[in-house]
Design a protein around this ligand. Structure first.
Ligand code: AHR
Length: 329
């Protein structure tokens, strides 16, 4: 409780400075009171509900907050940065104790994060990073290593085509333009395959991490390229949408066109069992428990690591059947 009182005094001082030099409303900068029932209040600005991964992530955050006795203020940005910025500003006005968010895109956060900092509210990045140079604007980043995920996808491809010199034409379904997972999964994959000129990415376009867009873009790829050997999808939902397009075009996914995907949702494991997806690089959405631990620590003024990574694996068709019953999302 003492730390909270100290934080209130510090925030009030910051608020005083702010109201002296700017026209900010008096409420800004006087945070730290928590809820009326004395529970810690976490404002969480989610990306949206674009994928199976995201649904599992939201469920994990909600359940973990309840278990930890934390009051959760939840906002769904519907994949729009402006909505997330609005939600963060609302959390600041509501004087939550801590803000966590999964940034839709990497850039353009400095202004709103400075507002949170000036109000004395700590920020935790979950799942996705921001490209801000000022790392004092957030306390920690909890999430996957997306570059590594892209590299794992590339390594599987290199191994699959070991010993052949024939050209391998790859089409890529990117995630949301400007998002950390789209940028990093593309970069990690490209980095691994660039050593062998037989691999050619003949088309690469965003499918916005959704099934519908994945299908639509794959239909266009199939029309403009007759000789696709491999699909690399930045997430399972796009891969599953693309599989429908491949089947509707009279081809066999997993055989005529090999499919590499990322996430590891149950539907993708079923598709692997059916031999329609060849490999899935896991990206774990079950971050709720770790997030609540970090939230408690930062509000208590305890030190936390700048970066908290999530453990993940790679699954092939041979491993899919055994792994499926144990999948939690
Ligand atoms: O940021 C994680 C990514 O976002 C997941 O891979 C994708 O499915 C989600 O929409």
């Amino acid at each position: 409780m003492a730390h909270r009182a100290l934080r209130i005094i510090a925030a009030a001082l910051v608020g005083g400075v702010l109201s002296a030099c700017t026209t900010e409303p008096a409420t800004t900068g006087t945070t730290g009171k928590g809820s009326s029932d004395g529970k810690l209040v976490l404002g969480f600005a989610q990306v949206g509900a674009e994928s199976g991964w995201r649904t599992a992530n939201t469920k994990s955050v909600r359940e973990a907050a309840e278990k930890a006795g934390i009051t959760l203020k939840f906002s769904d940005a519907q994949q729009k940065q402006e909505n997330q910025i609005k939600a963060i500003r609302t959390f600041i006005q509501q004087k939550v104790d801590v803000i966590a968010f999964s940034p839709v895109v990497e850039s353009g956060w400095d202004t709103v994060l400075k507002e949170a900092k000036n109000a004395g509210i700590p920020v935790i990045l979950t799942d996705r990073a921001v490209d801000s140079q000022d790392t004092s604007l957030y306390r920690t980043f909890l999430g996957s290593d997306f570059v590594k995920e892209g590299q794992e996808a590339g390594k599987w491809l290199v191994k699959e085509y070991e010993g052949t010199s024939e050209p391998v034409n790859v089409v890529e379904l990117q995630g949301t333009t400007g998002s950390a997972p789209a940028n990093d999964r593309k970069a990690g994959f490209a980095d691994v395959i660039k050593g062998d000129p037989k691999f050619k990415v003949v088309a690469s376009q965003t499918g916005d991490f959704t099934r519908a867009k994945g299908k639509e873009v794959m239909q266009a790829f199939l029309k403009s390229h007759e000789d696709i050997d491999v699909l690399y999808a930045h997430n399972d939902d796009m891969a599953l949408g693309a599989i429908q397009a491949i089947e509707e075009a009279g081809k066999k996914p997993g055989v005529d066109i090999k499919v590499i995907s990322v996430d590891g949702i149950k539907d993708a494991f079923v598709a692997m069992q059916e031999k329609k997806i060849n490999v899935v690089v896991e990206c774990n959405p079950l971050l709720g428990g770790q997030l609540m631990e970090l939230a408690k620590k930062v509000v208590a003024g305890e030190s936390v690591p700048r970066r908290v990574e999530v453990k993940e694996g790679v699954f092939t068709q041979d491993e899919a059947a055994a792994a499926l019953p144990g999948r939690q999302y």
